[in-house]
Design a binder for this molecule. Structure first.
Ligand code: TRP
Ligand code: MN
Length: 452
């Protein structure tokens, strides 16, 4: 273990090997952007990150379930009130189905208001005959296939900050201002969902909730006077990839003196940056936010235990979420030894299942996709592994959108290869559409039935 691990500061990651950072062509312009962001108000407050950690502690203890969901990558172009509202709608629908069917609180965390940066497997990519610098997300460059569009531009860091601020503002307005009121449970269904089998199933749950609310109103408890029924907390999260940006938003909490990365409530480390001696682990180990780490199919128990020691040496419940993404065929056998090792060591982690990233493949015409059945199958294997090891399958981490896109195959519409051309709009990985997402919530609820 490197000696410098004893002393952490928001800049201590500078001394560590760092991967996946853009090649900013103009160091002066980069510094200016980062200085500007460092002078701006934080996006979230440390106290909010602490309450998310408290909620995640309930998940770690097996008394709540985590729903983390949103875009693969947010877009500067597809940025609108409608887009944010539709995404929130689906998340609320999924949350209400899960709350009603599983019967435990659902901790809602969006991949939203900051999920802009993408790690890439190669610094360049071929577009036809052209070799171009890879697209790294709108916080860095543009996806257009031209040399000029792919040059990293630090003005984008500032734009990402501002887009995150307005997204968060609207989320706060919607979640606290009446949109999330349980009496509106029917209103969250979009027309294209309502007419489908998943939609009808949803309408049944909604009708039962409405009856329960009517009963409670008759008993003297109404949604107007009970914020628990009329409001939700939707927390924000993203992959902490561009460390200069994260450092610029890292602030000292006036209440406790601790450091918090105030770009989001929760941050995670990706599969490609989880080097124990690398810069990303070094940076995140020192911030007080709840943090996550992706766990791919090559991970062994020894690594996971070291990761737990480095990121959560004080064993604070809710501090660390391990997000597995192994692939539908590998998860059950791959996960069991990890569950056992972590349980034996007494580390209080949240286990969440990312059923998307281990199941991506290219169709014959070269489009990246995922099949709904593989997504469900990975969650099935995840739940079976937990059942066998007597641990709690704490949550799911999914890529979705509220729009009626055609990016993932299967699901209620039984989308096939040739449908992908209709509405394939993602700037990065294929996302579940609104129908597939509601369907998934029901499948997860079924998998968790009678869980002991
Ligand atoms: N506040 C509770 C919760 O967040 C109940 C609730 C209100 C709710 N509106 C909701 C749950 C919308 C799910 C979806 O769990
Ligand atoms: Mn993705």
């Amino acid at each position: 273990m490197p000696e410098s691990r004893a002393t952490w500061s928001p800049t201590s990651w500078h001394d560590r090997p760092v991967v996946q950072q853009p090649d900013w062509p103009d160091a002066g312009a980069l510094e200016q952007s980062l200085k500007h962001i460092a002078s701006m108000p934080p996006l979230v407050f440390a106290g909010e990150a602490r309450s998310l950690q408290t909620e995640l502690a309930h998940v770690a203890a097996g008394n709540a379930f985590l729903l983390q969901a949103g875009d693969c990558a947010e877009s500067f172009e597809e940025f609108s009130a409608d887009n944010i509202r539709e995404k929130l709608r689906v998340i609320l629908q999924m949350a209400v189905v899960l709350t009603y069917s599983v019967g435990v609180p659902i901790v809602k965390v969006g991949r939203i208001a900051g999920q802009f940066a993408k790690p890439r497997s190669s610094p360049t990519e071929m577009v036809g005959e052209l070799e171009l610098p890879s697209f790294r997300g709108h916080i860095v460059n543009d996806a257009n296939p031209s040399e000029a569009a792919r040059i990293p531009n630090p003005d984008r860091l500032v734009q990402a900050y501002h887009q995150s601020a307005s997204t968060l503002n609207l989320l706060r307005a919607f979640t606290k201002g009446g949109f999330a009121d349980l009496s509106r449970v029917h209103a969250w269904t979009q027309e294209f969902v309502a007419s489908s089998p998943e939609g009808e199933r949803y309408e049944q749950v909604a009708a039962e909730i409405e009856r329960a609310l009517t009963f409670m109103r008759a008993c003297g408890i109404d949604t107007e006077s009970n914020p628990n029924l009329s409001q939700v907390d939707v927390f924000t999260s993203h992959e902490a990839l561009i460390l200069g940006y994260e450092e610029a938003l890292t602030r000292q909490d006036s209440l406790t003196g601790g450091w918090f990365d105030c770009s989001a409530h929760m941050l995670w480390i990706g599969e490609r940056t989880r080097d124990l001696d690398g810069a990303h682990v070094e940076f995140l180990r020192g911030v007080g936010n709840p943090i996550g780490c992706k766990i791919g199919p090559t991970t062994n128990a020894e690594f996971v235990l070291e990761l737990c020691e480095v990121l959560n040496p004080s064993r604070i419940p809710g501090r660390l979420t391990l997000i597995t993404r192994m692939g539908a065929d590998k998860i059950e056998d791959g996960l069991r030894p990890l569950l056992r090792a972590v349980a034996d060591a007494g580390h209080p982690v949240v286990w969440a299942c990312d059923p998307m990233h281990g199941n991506t493949y290219a169709t014959a015409n070269g489009r990246k996709t995922r099949h709904f059945d593989d997504v469900v199958a990975e969650i099935g294997g995840f739940v079976r592994a937990h059942r066998a090891e007597r641990t709690w399958p704490g949550g799911i981490h999914v890529e979705l959108t509220g729009e009626n896109v055609t990016e993932c195959l299967g699901g209620g519409d039984d989308l096939v290869d040739t449908d992908l051309d209709d509405r394939y709009e993602t700037v990065c990985d294929p996302r579940l559409n609104a129908r597939q997402s509601v369907d998934l919530a029901f499948r997860v609820a079924e998998l968790l039935r009678d869980f002991t």
